[in-house]
Design a protein around this ligand. Structure first.
Ligand SMILES: [Fe+2]
Ligand SMILES: [Fe+2]
Length: 220
């Protein structure tokens, strides 16, 4: 039995509300908290702006491909969930969203998933983009997301269990998203079978790994 209670005090003074033990312990583990927060904001912006917003448009242009639309919708809503999941962690770590949505979108860590044929969103598509064109954009967006969240996992592994847990839950779904779009694109473009193991979510945007009800709005 511990009689000396070694964790009763530490580097943060008793009653101090300007510093957080939850941050100080990360510094003691060698985490550069400011740098980590900046990367989390970049990733949150990628989820919110590069994918969630632009996937809305991509999904509309999959008209006539109801199966693709449904799967694109799962990926779209799950990316919004990723934004919701990581947002509180940014503030816990002392960070903040930029106070301008424009600034937030501009700093996204992944390229915007523009609708093909729009010159990076400058105008409506000159001609109807094909399903293969759209699936290619979706696939490459998921690949950037995998790289981005893996970096967070690597920075935090063994040092920041909370951020690691959140990032790894997101990463699980990004890896699934890539596999879904490989399956669809391989058949649509090349007539090849590249199974993803996917059937369907229980409901649209289910986010089986990243859903965290206390962070989620409306339960869905
Ligand atoms: Fe995502
Ligand atoms: Fe994704």
């Amino acid at each position: 039995m511990a009689n000396d209670k070694p964790h009763a005090t530490g580097t943060v003074a008793y009653g101090d509300v300007d510093r957080k033990v939850g941050i100080e312990v990360l510094r003691q583990q060698g985490i550069n908290v400011e740098e980590l927060v900046e990367k989390l904001i970049d990733n949150a912006a990628a989820e919110f702006a590069s994918t969630y917003y632009y996937y809305s448009i991509l999904r509309m242009y999959l008209a006539g491909h109801e199966d693709y639309k449904e799967i694109c919708e799962d990926a779209r809503l799950e990316d919004r969930q990723h934004y919701e999941l990581i947002l509180p962690r940014i503030y816990e770590l002392g960070g903040s969203l930029p106070y301008s949505l424009h600034e937030f979108a501009d700093r996204a860590g992944c390229p915007a998933a523009y609708l093909p044929g729009t010159d990076n969103g400058a105008h409506p598509p000159a001609e109807e983009p094909t399903a293969a064109d759209i699936l290619t954009v979706l696939l490459e967006s998921e690949r950037c997301a995998i790289r981005s969240w893996l970096e967070i996992c690597q920075i935090t592994a063994g040092k920041d269990p909370r951020t690691y847990d959140l990032a790894s839950r997101i990463l699980n779904e990004e890896i699934e998203h890539e596999a879904w779009f490989i399956e669809l694109l391989a058949m649509e473009r090349d007539g090849k079978v590249r199974p993803s193991g996917h059937f369907r979510r229980g409901f649209p945007g289910e986010a089986p790994y990243s859903r965290n009800r206390p962070f989620s709005h409306g339960g869905l």
